[in-house]
Structures are given as structure tokens and as C-alpha cells.
Design a protein around this ligand. Structure first.
Ligand code: NDP
Length: 275
């Protein structure tokens, strides 16, 4: 896949024109720190026109959202900070309502399921509670978010008036992990078991592939991205790359998605990953 320029989110003139023709509205979950915050930063600094960026987090008024609030103050017309807890259906419904009242018939073009949690541990170390919390955040959260935002995604697909699929039309990108891959378990399990995380991200992958199949008639694109091993709170200090490099890659990949990548599992460089 061609690597587009992050500043215009496009790999060539054609895509750039498409992006420019449709000012996009984007929602990012877990936007207060790590990769989510970096996505908001890079998207707001991009040169293409953006209608609205909904930066969602669990506690918009708390100390963990200070950096996001500072960024939002610099771009008050673009960034809206909205409360969304992926494990709380009420907050998802409220958020969907708020977003709907802003985007109206134009709909929501791109939904990024980024919020996630990691509980480390082997099968024998993992409690029922660890598994439930991880599953609720990494699978039930994205599933409820997709369901509640579906009317806005459908509206965006309808409003676009262009054929095919793209992230500037109507798309859901969920941030998965290569640890979800069944094929790499043998090489990677001993060094990093995290069984609840692996199972939950594999569940997220299946959710995405099923949604891609079910909603292709609505021309809503669903893809999975692995951000690389990134130095964030979750990735730790020993990661391979920093958040700006990962996000630059992921935004470029998102910009280049078409119906060919519906249901695809790609890394931040656009390379297909094994299931
Ligand atoms: P961080 O731990 O740095 O950030 C996680 C984000 O998710 C925070 O904003 C956190 O908010 C939010 N979050 C957690 N639980 C919930 C919830 N219930 N509702 C709403 N938001 C929540 O992780 P990264 O930025 O590194 O990871 C982002 C995504 O990338 C995750 O899905 C992760 O699994 C994935 N990923 C990361 C890799 C890495 O190396 N970093 C590798 C592969 C995948 P709060 O501050 O409130 O806790």
C-alpha cells in the first residue's frame, strides 16, 4: 500500500481531492492520553479541512484529561471533548446523542475505536474479573459504540453521494494488536502472555470482520489497525516506536482505505497481518 502524506491524509491527488471535497467528522475514543491524544493532535494540525473532531474520554474534567483540554482550547471550533466510557452503555448513548445533534444529516464519517486496556498474566494468573474487565472494555465497548453510532455512520454514507468506501465517507477503524493473531502465539506467548488481552483483541477482530460483512450493503468500511509496539503507558518504555510515528503511519493508512480493505487487519505501515 502506498504511504500517504499525513498532512493531507492522502496517498495521491485523487484521494486528496476526495478528502477536500468532504470535510470529515471524526470521533476518537480514549483521546486523553497515549495514541488517542496523539491522533487528535495530528488530525487537528493536518491541512485538510475537518468539520468536527469528537475527542472522547472517560473523565473530561479530571486531571487525566488536562492535555486534551489544553489542545481543545487551542482549536475550539474543531475539537469537542465528550464523555464516553466504553464500559458504560449510558455514556455511549449520551455521547451518540450529543454527536448526532452536532453532525445532523451529514453524519459521522470516521469512528476510531482506540480506547483499550491491558491486563497482563497467563491463563493461571488471570482472574474472572480481569477477563471480564478486559472483555468489557476491548470488545463490548467497541460493539456498543458501533451499534449506537450506526445511524450517524449511515447518515454519512448517504450524505457523501460518492460510490465505494473510504474513511472520509463512513468508516470504523478499531485499534487491535498483533497479539490477537493466532499464528504468532507460539513465538510470543512466553515473553508476553497477557491472555485476557489477546482473547479480547481476537474478539475485536472477529467483531470487525462480522460488522464488515453485515454492513457492506450500507457502504460502511470496517478495518483493524495494529499501531506497532509503541512507547505509551500501555506499551511501556521498551516499545519500538514513539506515538507520533505510529499515529502518522495509522492516519496515512486510514486515509488510503477503500472497499478492498473492508474487514482487513493491517499494521501502521499498511502491511496485512496474519489472523
Ligand atoms: P494507553 O494505556 O496509553 O491509553 C489507553 C486509553 O484508553 C486512555 O485514554 C484510557 O483512558 C482509555 N480507556 C481505557 N479504558 C477505557 C474505557 N473503559 N472507556 C474509555 N476510555 C478508556 O494505551 P495506548 O494509547 O498505548 O493504546 C491505545 C490502543 O492501542 C489500545 O486499544 C491498545 O490496546 C492498542 N495497542 C497499543 C499498543 C502499544 O504498544 N501501545 C500495541 C498494540 C495495540 P483513561 O486515561 O481514562 O484510563
Amino acid at each position: 500500500m502506498k504511504r500517504p502524506c499525513v498532512h493531507c491524509w492522502s496517498s495521491d491527488g485523487e484521494l486528496q481531492r476526495k478528502m477536500a471535497a468532504h470535510a470529515v467528522s471524526v470521533l476518537v475514543t480514549g483521546a486523553n492520553r497515549g495514541l488517542g491524544l496523539e491522533m487528535v493532535k495530528q488530525m487537528v494540525e493536518a491541512s485538510h479541512p475537518m468539520r468536527k473532531l469528537f475527542a472522547c474520554c472517560r473523565d473530561p474534567d479530571g486531571p487525566r484529561a488536562e492535555a486534551l483540554q489544553t489542545l481543545a482550547k487551542k482549536h475550539p471550533n474543531v475539537i469537542a471533548v465528550v464523555r464516553l466510557d466504553a464500559t458504560d452503555l449510558c455514556s455511549i448513548k449520551q455521547c451518540a446523542q450529543q454527536v448526532g445533534s452536532v453532525v445532523g444529516n451529514g453524519g459521522l464519517n470516521l469512528l476510531i475505536n482506540n480506547a483499550g486496556m491491558l491486563a497482563k498474566g497467563t491463563l493461571q494468573e488471570t482472574s474472572t474479573e480481569d477477563m471480564q474487565n478486559t472483555f468489557n472494555t476491548n470488545v463490548m465497548g467497541p460493539m456498543n459504540i458501533i451499534k449506537e453510532f450506526l445511524p450517524h455512520l449511515r447518515a454519512a454514507a448517504k450524505a457523501s453521494g460518492t460510490p465505494g468506501m473510504s474513511s472520509s465517507k463512513a468508516a470504523v477503524v478499531s485499534i487491535s494488536s498483533f497479539l490477537a493473531s493466532l499464528e504468532i502465539v507460539k513465538q510470543s506467548y512466553d515473553s508476553f502472555p497477557a491472555i485476557s488481552y489477546r482473547i479480547s483483541k481476537a474478539g475485536l477482530n472477529m467483531l470487525t470482520v462480522c460488522a464488515a460483512e453485515e454492513l457492506k450493503k450500507d457502504e460502511i468500511l470496517f478495518s483493524l489497525l495494529h499501531p506497532g509496539w509503541v512507547r505509551t503507558d500501555m506499551g511501556g518504555d521498551e516499545g519500538d516506536i514513539d506515538a507520533p510515528e505510529s499515529v502518522q503511519g495509522m492516519l496515512s493508512v486510514m486515509a488510503s482505505l477503500t472497499e478492498k480493505q473492508n474487514g482487513a487487519f493491517l499494521d501502521y505501515k499498511g502491511k496485512s497481518l496474519p489472523w
